[in-house]
Design a protein. Structure first.
Length: 94
């Protein structure tokens, strides 16, 4: 099992703002730690350890996504993860 926390998150805070309906949402609420929490709690269990690690290592600035993984990340995971991060942010501010 590789240490995938050293790699970039699968999405950035600016991508997460797509899931917020209020355009005045403060990006400071969306920390890298919350994105990591959402990845670990919601995405990793669905993908499984091997696939999660593959995506994390390929998505890093030093890696290259395969065509299939790029499609998976772009069309499915990023949107779902944006909503999971929103859920985690809402839990933080309540």
């Amino acid at each position: 099992m590789a240490n995938v926390r050293q790699y970039d998150n699968l999405i950035t805070a600016s991508v997460v703002t797509k899931s917020f309906t209020n355009q005045a949402t403060d990006l400071a609420l969306i920390s890298n730690e919350l994105i990591t929490i959402a990845e670990l709690a919601h995405i990793k269990p669905m993908l499984g350890l091997d696939m999660y690690e593959e995506l994390k290592t390929q998505n890093d600035s030093t890696g290259t996504l395969t065509s299939a993984n790029s499609t998976l990340l772009t069309h499915y995971i990023k949107d779902a993860l944006a909503w999971y991060v929103r859920f985690e942010v809402m839990n933080e501010i309540q």
